[in-house]
Design a protein around this ligand. Structure first.
Ligand code: OSB
Ligand code: MG
Length: 434
């Protein structure tokens, strides 16, 4: 096996993998010698994680207020959580699919189906040396990145605890705090939007992103820019325009935006390359990039100057690291996007944002912006300087409030080694938390 480190962070990761390979070799030597001390020796040296249990649950959580994007309004979230137990250690992941297939093609229900019928059965009872090995287990499953990420990321949490490391360190991150921005949903009027911007700027957020759509764009951005001439400001269209709007989109150049995020169709890299040649504002791709091959294609075509990495959209931490590395090699800065996550998704986002090429403020903001009460403690908090301190405890570094999670659970499904799947639906009524 050949490993090549492109940077210090990868070299750290490779060290961990080499240790695993060494332990595998030891295991084989013991097995071949038929030695009596095998079991004990293996317990000391062999650190594989056996996947003993997987629990999938759907939570109903109501956002404090509706969040509007060009593709629709969201208030009631149906969030899937994955708890995975390996080697007696429990880890958590969140599926970031929306309730409808309007952001990308996944939904809460497609993720439930794919995890239930394909992903969980492939993992249960298996021994893995590292979460790095998970994607290969599912090589035959096309797409469904958000479903995959929810499960894979839970194993990253387990692995970090297994090794006694904060998840950020296991991923190769070194930042002690990450910088935060906010995403502000589409508002009724430019004035009401400006008031929201003012509140977030006062809270210390380092970058403000405005959601836009045709008819709720130019005048809104103009008003905010007039009131706040110096802030880092960007816009996100969530695929609301097409190449025919190029001349119009060019008029946004006057606002000195940090970027315009995903202006064109969700799966259209080539058209973004044409648009990028026509406008001076940097294009940032979100929806278009679901793996490092897409990132590479987009960069080589000149379709963007910035990339937003979302753990769910790219299929989990392993793929996110690859996208990160491709961008870093090409000097394309990245930042961490958000999907209105609960505290578990947020905690994973914080860990990922510590990687070195996350040089722009992300959409990782305080729990309190979205939830009356989050499902982790402590809740995610933002300092007056617009930063989040990275936890130092092993794993995610946040505690899941189990009783609260149970209360929000609308249905669940459980896989145990050598046992039939068990399914439960605590009630038929849709219980939102507030
Ligand atoms: O495109 O970044 C996006 C929310 C839902 C779907 C897509 C997007 C968003 C956001 C919110 O912008 C980011 C957040 O979680 O704060
Ligand atoms: Mg976006």
């Amino acid at each position: 096996m050949i490993f090549a480190a492109r940077n210090a962070e990868q070299s750290h990761h490779i060290q961990l993998r080499l240790r695993d390979e060494f332990e595998k070799c030891l295991k084989n030597v013991f097995a071949a010698s038929g030695s009596n001390c095998t079991a004990n020796s293996l317990r000391m040296h062999w650190r594989a994680m056996k996947i003993e249990m997987i629990t999938l649950r759907e939570l109903r959580m109501r956002l404090k207020s509706p969040f509007e994007t060009s593709f629709g309004v969201t208030q009631e979230r149906r969030i899937l959580l994955v708890e995975l137990v390996a080697g007696g250690i429990s880890g958590w992941g969140e599926v970031t699919a929306m309730e409808n297939p309007f952001f990308n093609s996944e939904t809460t229900d497609t993720a439930w189906h794919v995890i239930s019928d394909f992903l969980a059965p492939q993992l249960i009872g298996r021994e893995l040396a590292s979460a790095v090995e998970v994607p290969a287990r599912w090589a035959g499953v096309r797409g469904h990145e958000m479903a995959k990420a929810g499960v894979e990321n839970a194993l990253w949490d387990v692995e970090a605890q297994h090794r006694g490391l904060p998840l950020s360190t296991l991923l190769g991150g070194r930042r002690e705090e990450i910088t935060c921005g906010v995403s502000i949903g589409i508002c009724e009027t430019p004035q009401s939007l400006t008031r929201k911007v003012e509140k977030e700027v006062r809270s210390g957020y380092q970058r403000i992103k405005l959601k836009i759509k045709p008819g709720k764009d130019f005048a809104f951005v103009a008003e905010v820019r007039k009131e706040f001439p110096d802030i880092l400001l960007s816009v996100d269209a969530n695929s609301a325009y097409d190449l025919g709007d190029s001349a119009y989109l060019k008029t946004f150049d006057q606002f000195n935006l940090l970027m315009i995020e995903q202006p064109l169709q969700w799966d259209e890299i080539h058209a973004h390359a044409k648009l990028q040649r026509m406008i001076s504002t940097a294009i940032c791709l979100d929806e278009c990039i679901t793996n490092s091959r897409h990132a590479n294609a987009a960069i080589e075509l000149g379709a963007c100057r910035i990339i937003n990495i979302k753990l769910g959209r790219v299929g989990g931490h392993y793929s996110a690291q690859q996208v990160h590395d491709v961008c870093q090699e090409h000097a394309i800065p990245v930042w961490c996007g958000g999907m209105l996550e609960s505290g578990i998704g947020r905690a994973h986002n914080i860990a990922m944002s510590t990687l070195p090429n996350f040089t722009l403020p992300g959409d990782v903001s305080a729990s309190q912006r979205y939830w009356h009460e989050d499902i982790v403690e402590p809740e995610v908090e933002v300092t007056p300087n617009g930063t989040i301190r990275v936890p130092r405890d092993p794993g995610l570094g946040f505690t899941v409030k189990r009783a609260f999670v149970d209360r929000l659970t609308a249905r669940s499904k459980n896989w145990k080694e050598n046992q039939a799947v068990s399914i439960s639906a605590p009630n038929n009524t849709v219980a939102f938390d507030r």
